[in-house]
Design a protein around this ligand. Structure first.
Ligand SMILES: Cc1cc2nc3c(=O)[nH]c(=O)nc-3n(C[C@H](O)[C@H](O)[C@H](O)COP(=O)(O)O)c2cc1C
Length: 283
């Protein structure tokens, strides 16, 4: 179409993303001027909850029709409102950390803090830059399941995950230190893990292979019995596999209601340091 002496073409595309999730389809409405992309709208079928009265294709068709109509009217106004804005890229950490430690307990100075400090110290002794993340002190909005990360490869929220995601993507070893809370990980830690869906989206859309990162779970539970770690192991294991991290043998410490302080467990510090060293040696 030619508007105000300028020639535009409006296109709608359908992409089968069934290799990411069964039945996932992404639609793009694109406005091109010569060889340049001027505006884009993307939507995918997983964005639409079962009770919604329309789906991705219809949403894209509606955008296509309204853009067609708007372009024929006030072109300058249209371009001002719809011109392409690239999603803000995730900021890389100033120094790429060799090791990222998630201290997943909201309790400062507790057993997970001790595990995190042994881990960080061991990694530093091995000359690896370390970054320790405290999810409960950070601004991490819970995932809202909008699936818009599968349109752009980035989350709709811009918060502290913007620097955590690239740090984890680039590290050699990710250590998750977490207590058992109601059989799973504490809420703030779960929020952090769920938000890694955006990394899965950007990896799978960009067809980027996993970087060979290793993952180590260190966990403590109040009650006695290894069965108390069933859910935590599955939750953290599912997270590792979602983002292509290969899991190391975990260190799971039960009976903390009685033991109280893990530093009294003979040989534990050496065991944790060995686990970190073993995982890093596999580089
Ligand atoms: C809200 C809450 C829920 C908990 N749920 C469990 C549980 O389901 N199973 C268990 O074995 N311990 C449970 N615990 C005990 C903690 O796992 C235990 O105190 C742990 O050592 C705390 O780790 P931290 O010292 O790193 O904070 C719970 C503790 C809290 C505060």
């Amino acid at each position: 179409m030619t508007v105000g002496g300028r020639t535009f073409s409006l296109r709608m595309q359908e992409e089968d993303l069934g290799d990411i999730y069964p039945g996932m389809v992404r639609y793009s409405v694109e406005l091109w001027e010569k060889e340049g992309l001027v505006a884009v709208f993307r939507t995918n079928s997983f964005e639409y909850a079962p009770t919604m009265t329309y789906g991705a294709r219809e949403a894209a068709e509606r955008v296509f029709s309204s853009w067609e109509r708007d372009l024929a009217g006030d072109i300058e106004g249209f371009l001002e409102n719809n011109s392409l804005r690239e999603p803000i890229p995730y900021q890389s950490p100033p120094e790429t950390p060799g090791v990222v430690v998630i201290q997943g307990s909201p309790r400062p100075g507790g057993n997970c803090s001790i595990l995190a400090s042994w881990t960080a110290d061991e990694a530093q002794q091995l000359g690896k830059p370390v970054c320790v993340v405290f999810p409960h002190d950070l601004d991490i909005h819970p995932c809202i399941g909008c699936y818009q990360c599968y349109n752009t490869g980035t989350c709709v929220y811009e918060d502290d995950m913007n620097s955590i995601i690239p740090a984890v993507e680039k590290c050699r070893l990710l250590v998750v230190c977490t207590p058992v809370y109601t059989n799973t990980v504490p809420a703030g830690t779960k929020a952090l893990l769920d938000r890694f869906q955006a990394l899965h989206a950007s990896r799978t859309l960009g067809r980027r292979p996993s970087r060979g990162t290793r993952g180590l779970l260190l966990s403590v539970a109040g009650r006695k019995g290894k069965e108390n770690f069933t859910c935590v192991s599955r939750v953290v294991g599912a997270f590792f596999s979602l983002v292509g991290i290969s899991a190391e043998k975990p260190v799971l410490l039960d009976g903390m209601d009685e033991t109280r302080d893990i530093r009294v467990i003979p040989g534990l510090e050496t065991r944790v340091r060995d686990a970190v060293r073993t995982a890093l040696r596999k580089d």
